[in-house]
Write a protein that binds this ligand. Sequence first.
Ligand code: TXA
Ligand code: MG
Length: 331
Amino acid sequence: MSSVIEAATRASIERAATLLRAGELVAFPTETVYGLGGDAGRVDAVRRIFAAKGRPADHPVIVHLYGTAQVDDWARAVPDGARKLAAAFWPGPLTLILPRAAHVPDVVTGGQDNVGLRVPSHPVARALLAAFGGGVAAPSANRFGRISPTTAQHVAEDLGDAVSMILDGGSCDVGIESTIVAFTGDEPTLLRPGAIGPAELHRVLGRWPHSPTPTAPRASGMLVSHYAPKTPAVLVAPESLHAEIAQLTDRDEVLAVLARTVARPDGFADAWIDAPRGAGAYAHDLYANLRALDAANADALLIEEVPTDDGWLAVRDRLARATQGTDDDRD
Ligand code: TXA
Ligand code: MG
């Protein structure tokens, strides 16, 4: 385990805020996934985030704030719908894309005229944001192209010495990244599904958010093959899982299986994880499960398909990305 991991205490959080003020990077827990934080007002600090992640410099990063009152410092316009969502879901796993205020550095927005803002609810994130005072730019604290981290150990495995401190706040409650809603065109647009689903957005907005169009602002989280394990991964229908395993095993392939309802076949000796049945618990464990199965260095990772009802939208989105091969555009 890396020595940069520190239990989140009042003293370590104060030191983390001091590091942020010095332009250094601090990884910290949020309720969704761990973030790799730097002072959003400092171009050098945000550049360091990109270097540590190995992420292309034109990708935008989310600015994390302590409270909704700070939104007007970062956005020049906050439409009524955005205010309603903020009031309903902040602090919490929601990111709003809004027209940026003039001072927001290009390096934060990827040169776009919009900025992503989020008020997280995790007590350690809140304590850090309160101690720091300003906006903290933070993408997920993984290397570019890797699965988002949901524990401090995941961060250390991916980023190790590239970060000055990793605040350990245990495993993240939600386990997948925030819901992203853009208010940059005529209609609110759901750029990334998350724990806050379309039905909850509809309840507060009084209308359904749109799906992304080619003119929607760029969220590279929307492009295929984010959150991908290294092992080639495929989704398999529950009723086909045993037959698929038998066929691949006959070909001497070493397998890793993420099952949910299907029982482990007799005599199956490769890596196998029984995921929780409920969508929330499944999401909570998903990235840790994918990391564990990836570590088996199998020839193929078989993932049992999950239900199609609305509560599974965000999980299905992440599983689709995990099984869509590789491309160059992952955050
Ligand atoms: O739950 C989360 O949102 C986590 C925690 C740490 O807060 N953060 C996170 O950040 O997932 P990241 O950078 O890994 O993914 C954020 C996504 C990226 O796909 C990025 O392109 C998009 O949000 N994004 C950020 N700012 C944007 C903007 N101004 N316009 C469009 N998309 C934006
Ligand atoms: Mg990410």
